[in-house]
Write a protein that binds this ligand. Structure first.
Ligand code: HEC
Ligand code: HEC
Ligand code: HEC
Ligand code: HEC
Ligand code: HEC
Length: 171
């Protein structure tokens, strides 16, 4: 019995080490140019989603913030830990070179589909219903929390009595 317990503890120990290794390699293999954490900005600091995604309530696209939005704070906020300072230094670099940050787009439907953010915001469908708990996401957003299939759209439209006409979603 004692032997079994020891073996069990060792297995747990080694699988935890593996988990740490995976987490440790996450940042360098990221698809995004900067390790931007939503958990600090939208979570801890409670910055409103639409402060950055400024066009969600009035246009089709939610919008990705320009580097000037970041500069508003990072002109003075340079980070506490070395890791934070290194990532924020990248933001400063893009600002100084006056280059846009080349964020990689994650949520995207085909060109024959029309998805209007403003209609969903107006109908009070929360961002989290489609994008998950973004404010708690510590790592970069690398893939959608669910497939953006027609079935997904249509089943919510059925539930909420929104239009299911083909022409409403398709060009
Ligand atoms: C301080 C600015 C800022 C705030 C506040 C913010 N975001 Fe973001 N968001 C970004 C940046 C920069 C990106 C691009 C980097 C990335 O994809 O991780 C992004 C990416 C995203 C994406 C993925 C976009 C894509 O490429 O498809 C979603 C979804 C998103 N944000 C939702 C939210 C939601 C929901 C909130 C509020 C809970 C929020 N964001 C708050 C700056 C912000
Ligand atoms: C309203 C103020 C504000 C805005 C706007 C803002 N940030 Fe931040 N950011 C912060 C604060 C506060 C921290 C935490 C710094 C600390 O703890 O020392 C931070 C931290 C960071 C970090 C380091 C996080 C980590 O844990 O490694 C990065 C990278 C970053 N911001 C990128 C961005 C980018 C990119 C934008 C623009 C899309 C942006 N920030 C916009 C306030 C802001
Ligand atoms: C009903 C589902 C739904 C809701 C609610 C929703 N989104 Fe989206 N979001 C999507 C889909 C689908 C896409 C891809 C759209 C496309 O490719 O045209 C997307 C794309 C995005 C993008 C990528 C860039 C862009 O300009 O569109 C960001 C950022 C984003 N959403 C943020 C938000 C924020 C912030 C909210 C809340 C204010 C929100 N979304 C509410 C489904 C949703
Ligand atoms: C979580 C629920 C939900 C999901 C998921 C969802 N929608 Fe919607 N959609 C709504 C609601 C609610 C409305 C508002 C209906 C209204 O204004 O009467 C709406 C409205 C629309 C409209 C405007 C309809 C009109 O009558 O002009 C379009 C277009 C649309 N959605 C496309 C999409 C597409 C494309 C997807 C998937 C990529 C999607 N929606 C996913 C809930 C959702
Ligand atoms: C609420 C929005 C919505 C409605 C209503 C809707 N679709 Fe779609 N449809 C989508 C989305 C989203 C996709 C998947 C697009 C993608 O893969 O990015 C899709 C995909 C398709 C495809 C497959 C094309 C491909 O990319 O493989 C066809 C065909 C199609 N729809 C036809 C229809 C027809 C016919 C109707 C009416 C009976 C209809 N759709 C109604 C949102 C909608």
């Amino acid at each position: 019995m004692a032997l079994l317990t020891v073996a069990f503890v060792q297995v747990r120990g080694s699988s935890q080490d593996e988990a740490t290794d995976v987490a440790g390699t996450a940042a360098p293999t990221s698809i995004q140019p900067i390790a931007f954490p939503h958990s600090i900005h939208a979570g801890q600091d409670r910055i409103d989603c639409q402060y950055c995604h400024f066009s969600a309530e009035r246009s089709v696209a939610a919008g990705i913030p320009p580097v000037a939005t970041c500069w508003g704070c990072h002109q003075v906020i340079r980070g506490t830990t070395e890791e934070q300072q290194a990532e924020i230094a990248k933001v400063v670099g893009y600002w100084e070179r006056q280059e846009p940050i080349p964020w990689v787009r994650v949520y995207k439907v085909s060109d024959h589909v029309r998805f209007p953010h403003m209609r969903h915001v107006a109908a009070q469908v929360d961002c989290t219903e489609c994008h998950g708990q973004v404010a708690e996401t510590a790592g970069v957003i690398e893939k959608p929390v669910q497939s953006l299939s027609m079935g997904w759209c249509v089943s919510c439209h059925k539930e909420r009595e929104a239009s299911r006409d083909c022409a409403v979603c398709h060009f």
